[in-house]
Write a protein that binds this ligand. Sequence first.
Ligand SMILES: Nc1ncnc2c1ncn2[C@@H]1O[C@H](COP(=O)(O)OP(=O)(O)O)[C@@H](O)[C@H]1O
Ligand SMILES: [Mg+2]
Length: 259
Amino acid sequence: MEEKENLKINHVKKIFKINETQLEVLTDINLDIKAGEFISIVGASGCGKSTLARMIAGLEKPTAGDITIGEKKIEKPSVNVGMVFQESRLFPWLTVEKNVEFGIHENLTSKEKKELVQKHIELVGLKSFEKALPKQLSGGMQQRVSIARALINNPSVLILDEPFGALDALTRINMQNEVLKIWEQERTTMILITHDIDEAIFLSDRILIMGKNPGEIKKEIKVGMSRPRSRNSYGFTDIRKEIYQEFFENTDMDIEYYL
Ligand SMILES: Nc1ncnc2c1ncn2[C@@H]1O[C@H](COP(=O)(O)OP(=O)(O)O)[C@@H](O)[C@H]1O
Ligand SMILES: [Mg+2]
């Protein structure tokens, strides 16, 4: 397996111009993420989480500052960063294996492709669903396909932008266990954007809480507990309290969003 690389966000700012007005969405974001770290980002709707994610993925350029992976500055989308969205974004007319294969960017023989696809389908627990079409799968299974597709080029970083937001509570917990398993196996750096505080605590090494107008990182919480984590442990509930506290104390957060 290739070495995974560190991710560095240096003084990143993002201003959108809408007609004549300028909207400063993100102000001076600085972040060092070690290869293989699991980071979650939580924050009110509209605080710039997806914009930050899109910049890391090279889909959007910072107005100032830069983002690097290893020694390389991110200027455009690359195979080194995978992304999963809230909607699975699968091709409805392609089977599971064809959807996963679509992510491959290397020149491989058809035998190599087949093996790589099979390995990733098994990684996400979808063995025997290779020939199924997306509409024949549950929402959780569709997201597993998206994850397989996003990991197929062995990226250094996987960004998950509210990937389980549309799933029911039990499926979500299932998927959290699945992501944990995949992360432990692949050691990809994970950046998870989520509204689910427990999801962030269950999975992350660090949780970043963002504030709004303009978006910035307000607080960083380190989660030192060993995994798998029990959601009812004292350590877990203490961190949950600390995060809720942060939202209640800040009037610029949409707290009702979290209740
Ligand atoms: N392409 C764009 N052009 C103009 N404004 C945008 C664009 N993308 C996002 N925004 C604005 O930037 C702000 C942050 O959006 P977003 O990053 O999607 O927030 P979040 O993901 O935290 O909900 C919002 O006010 C949104 O309307
Ligand atoms: Mg968003």
